[in-house]
Design a protein around this ligand. Structure first.
Ligand SMILES: *Cc1c(COP(=O)(O)O)cnc(C)c1O
Length: 360
């Protein structure tokens, strides 16, 4: 009975429920986020969807940031309603709009600490207070900012990561994790009604051992990603390009970020800028790829720089009129800056590309 309930130390019921390697990786991630425990999953979506299905029943309501990962948006908008779970999408930087969207059926506030792809910053402390006032669960996707930001230390209830990105860091796997209380993680793993157990997005245990090995260098990688990104952001801003990066004073939530971050890990490895049209964005990205400055690809957190145009790429699930409302234009380029050893040279080479394409 103890094994069935997950209470028999050293005894494992069945590997979809738990396994030594999966528990080890989960404990490492829980330690990083400061939560009691964690449950790893086969992908980021395999962490997000069971969490929301576990927290919400038929008739329940979610208030979500409108600038979230395309898959999360599509799940909330198109899939969750099949189970009677509805969502209101709001501008996450407006606390008034978020509070106004809460109704008597609301169970969850959902957001990303650093939003995809516009890099808006959620005020986790204030959102946590609001969640507590209304008896809601604050669920935060922290994929863009591991180590730099620790949402549970600021009051979030549950923190999710796609391990596919910075945490694994080598773009050779998919994975996810849910960090939370022992009680919540137990409920996800319940053989009776646990969403992770019953929907079955389990991580393969050989894979979790390899993700754990990669995680051992995460602190070094994040520092380097942040340092390189800050360098490029400052240089290109000086050159007159409107760079979106939380490390720049020109970012609307720069000061807020500074009240929340773990300073030594910096402002993260993501930046974005608008070159006007999709054609120019494509030409620039093709040229940068040809010059071996990175890859025209989705995903993020790789050792090489990755760039894409989210309007037609990673956020293409979001209808055009809604993209427009949230300020996501066709010419927006999102970059995940790599671990380049000589970032000054990278800057010079990127600048040449921008001059050739006519962006500078
Ligand atoms: C990639 C990503 C996800 C989804 O993760 P997968 O591992 O691809 O399932 C969720 N949230 C954010 C912010 C992401 O970047």
């Amino acid at each position: 009975m103890d094994t069935f309930e997950g209470n028999a130390e050293g005894c494992y019921l069945y590997s979809r429920h738990s396994s030594p390697s999966n528990l080890n990786l989960g404990e490492a991630l829980a330690a990083m986020e400061g939560t009691e425990t964690a449950n790893v999953a086969a992908s980021g979506m395999g962490a997000i969807t069971p969490t929301l299905m576990q927290l919400c029943n038929n008739g329940d309501h979610i208030v979500s940031s409108r600038t979230i990962y395309g898959g999360s948006y599509a799940f909330l908008k198109n899939f969750a309603p099949k189970f009677g779970i509805t969502t209101t999408f709001v501008n996450i930087t407006s606390l008034e709009k978020i509070e106004a969207a809460i109704n008597k059926n609301t169970k969850v506030i959902y957001c990303e600490t650093v939003s995809n792809p516009l890099l808006e910053i959620a005020d986790i402390r204030e959102l946590s207070k609001m969640a507590k006032r209304h008896n809601l669960t604050l669920v935060v996707d922290n994929t863009f900012s591991p180590l730099s930001l620790s949402p549970t230390l600021l009051g979030a209830d549950i923190v999710i990561h796609s391990l596919t990105k910075f945490i694994n860091g080598s773009s050779d796997t998919v994975g996810g994790v849910i960090c939370g209380t022992q009680e919540f993680i137990n409920s996800l793993r319940s053989v009776i009604d646990g969403a992770s157990m019953l929907l079955g997005p389990v991580m393969d245990s050989l894979r979790s051992a390899s993700v754990l090995k990669n995680m051992r260098t995460l602190h070094l990688r994040i520092k380097k990603h942040s340092e390189n990104t800050m360098y490029l952001a400052e240089k290109f801003e000086k050159d007159g390009i409107k760079i979106i990066y939380p490390g720049l004073k020109s970012h609307p939530q720069h000061e807020l970020y500074k009240t929340m971050y773990n300073e030594e890990y910096g402002f993260g490895g993501m930046l974005a800028f608008d070159v006007g049209t999709l054609k120019i964005a494509d030409d620039l990205m093709e040229l940068m790829q040809k010059r071996n400055l990175g890859y025209l690809a989705v995903s993020l957190g790789f050792y090489k720089t990755l760039f894409n145009a989210p309007g037609t790429g990673t956020s293409s699930e979001i209808p055009l009129d809604e993209q427009e409302k949230m300020g996501l234009s066709d010419g927006l380029i999102r970059m995940s800056i790599g671990l380049d050893n000589n970032i000054e040279r990278t800057y010079q080479e990127m600048k040449k590309c921008m001059i050739e394409i006519g962006v500078l």
